[in-house]
Write a protein that binds this ligand. Structure first.
Ligand code: ATP
Length: 235
């Protein structure tokens, strides 16, 4: 018998508004955003510069709060959670990738993956060592693990950042313009890697981007314009 129960989305946004500023002087960046992102999707979030992509990523990952509306992340209503519970949810189930890599310059590639994993509190030293080596290997950087970020190319630094984002096996990876600081060929290689991880592991990816390559290859493209959702390839 076929079940009528619809699988719960990984992320559910309902009536999201975001205003910055105070009562007299404020700007509405997001206006009535409704969006469901299913488990395993590879979603490209597009829109002009300043349209609110980073703002939306911050809201759906519980880093920032909406002015109005509900966010349900992995079946938890974020509006109800205390800051420490939000931080715990993020550290267990979310991975983050940034445009400028955000690696610790004094640590080598291995330690950039290893230390956040140990500090995360869910892995002992032995398990964290194994996971870090495995993840660096899976992004093709096992041989360069002793190098510090300054001794790595931009693409290699982003691979370290991807290994760090995946080391705790998050259910969702949130990436803010992950190829934005890379040349076209390096960006394509990083995109290949992210798509491959998505296909192999079923990890959900939500990626803000200006890249036409990324938009062309994403499973779903959503565009924000003038504060609202202007386009959704799933509709
Ligand atoms: N903390 C803040 N306080 C006030 N305004 C903000 C704040 N953060 C973002 N904004 C404004 O909100 C708007 C959306 O910014 P956001 O960074 O989300 O856009 P974006 O689509 O990610 O842009 P880009 O593609 O250039 O990275 C911009 O006008 C920005 O100036």
């Amino acid at each position: 018998m076929q079940s009528n129960i619809k699988a719960l989305p990984a992320i559910y946004l309902n009536g999201i508004y975001k205003r910055y500023g105070n009562n007299e002087n404020n700007v509405e960046v997001l206006s009535n955003i409704n969006l469901e992102i299913a488990n395993g999707e590879f979603l490209a979030l597009c829109g002009p510069s300043g349209s609110g992509k980073s703002t939306l990523l911050n809201i759906l990952s519980g880093i920032d709060k909406p002015s109005l509306g509900y966010v349900v992340l992995l079946n938890k209503l974020l509006n109800d959670l205390a800051e420490k519970d939000l931080a715990s949810l993020r550290s267990k189930h979310l991975g983050f990738i940034f445009q400028f890599f955000n690696l610790m310059p004094v640590l080598n590639a291995f330690d950039n993956v290893f230390y956040p994993l140990v500090l995360n509190g869910h892995f002992d030293t032995k398990a964290a060592t194994e996971r870090s080596l495995h993840c660096l290997d899976s992004v093709g950087l096992a041989d360069l693990r002793d190098r510090k970020p300054g001794q790595l190319s931009g693409g290699q630094q982003q691979r370290v950042a991807i290994a760090r984002a995946l080391a705790h096996e998050p259910q969702i990876v949130v990436a803010d313009e992950p190829t934005g600081n890379l040349d076209l060929a390096t960006g394509d290689a990083i995109l290949d890697l992210l798509l491959n991880i998505n296909q192999q592991t079923g990890t959900t990816f939500v990626i803000s981007t200006h890249s036409t390559q990324l938009k062309a290859r994403a499973g779903r493209v959503v565009e924000i314009r003038d504060g609202g959702l202007a386009y959704d390839s799933a509709k």
